[in-house]
Ligand binder design. Sequence first.
Ligand code: CTP
Length: 401
Amino acid sequence: MLELANKRIVLGLTGGVACYKLAEFVRRAQDQGAVIDVVMTEAATHFITPVTMQALSGRPVFVDAWDPRVPNNMAHINLTRGADAILVAPASTDFIAKLAHGHANDLLSTLCVAKGTCPLLVAPAMNREMWLHPATQRNVTQLQADGALILGPAEGNQACGEVGSGRMLEAHELLAELIAFFQPKTLSGRRVLITAGPTSEKIDPVRVLTNRSSGKMGYAIAQAAREAGAQVVLVSGPTALDTPYGVNRVDVESAAQMHAAVMSEARHSDIFIAVAAVADWHVANASDSKLKKNPDGKAPDLQFSVNPDILADVAGMADGPYCVGFAAETENLHQNAEAKRQRKGVPLLVGNLAQQAMNADTTELVLFSQQGSQKLPVLPKLDAARRLVQEVARQSSARPR
Ligand code: CTP
């Protein structure tokens, strides 16, 4: 599915080395179906040429307010009408100051004043001292008060050789922010704790006991919750997946480590979604040195102990978060999942068939609650996650902590 299908974005470039990142951004946004109209300040043309941006966007690039190509000479009006968002990236110190004061003395600043209800997203890019300057901070606060969304900036190495805050977000991060912008903010200001992936239980230094969870569903839910405005902590077993943008990931291996990480976060969380496929047992007599083949040909004598039930422990907390469980079943989904929901004491449990969901990119979820069950269609995991997050937001807000 194209994340930015039918979206027309006005991309405003101002003067900054970070202009080079927008070449990549335009390509990636187009891959997601966006139509991009590029507007550049004169300063931006010193860093990347209009020719490059035109070749990439496939559309005319606008720099001058007096552009003879525009029949009515009103590019500042034409471009914003019907646009879904204006993204100013990189936004220089000077341009942010202009925006905060409502200046309209070049095409891009005029367009930002003439935009009407078109949303404005601003990605600052500047030296750390310029970013920290009280005037810049005042201007940014003013822009936020005027309804602009500030993206970043990030911390790190700067083009000037200094290190600090003021780096513009990377192209893929800008894209993640833009996609998230169009999602409903149903979890705004809420803290969501999620477990994902398998656990890995040590047998000896080179062998583990694990399961076939890829972590894809839990990671998709973490992304969807973040897009919905939540602060997300993802406690993850070993997976090969990239951390979703803006999500705080805590890596663990064993069920005991996952339990400890979750219990220390749960008290500060509003919602807990347990997606991890937690091993039910660990090896009680795990060895610190590699187990060698028995000369008599016998398999090693492994003994198992039961792992803590993380979901049940969080659900049992006094004043704990709203809890959502998962159940991947191989048969009798309805009976097994509803029984599990009651056994774990959670208001919402999400069931699916393990053989369909394992390692797949799509899933068919069934939501079980006290009100009964609700089946979602077969969807890509991210779409299913977004639907689930909306439902969790609705049900959890109906139940105050
Ligand atoms: N879960 C957990 N801690 C465990 C086991 C499971 O938090 N030690 C959570 C899972 O993350 C999931 C839910 O409980 O949200 C159900 O997991 P599942 O393995 O299906 O449940 P079990 O209680 O292990 O039941 P079964 O007998 O089917 O294995």
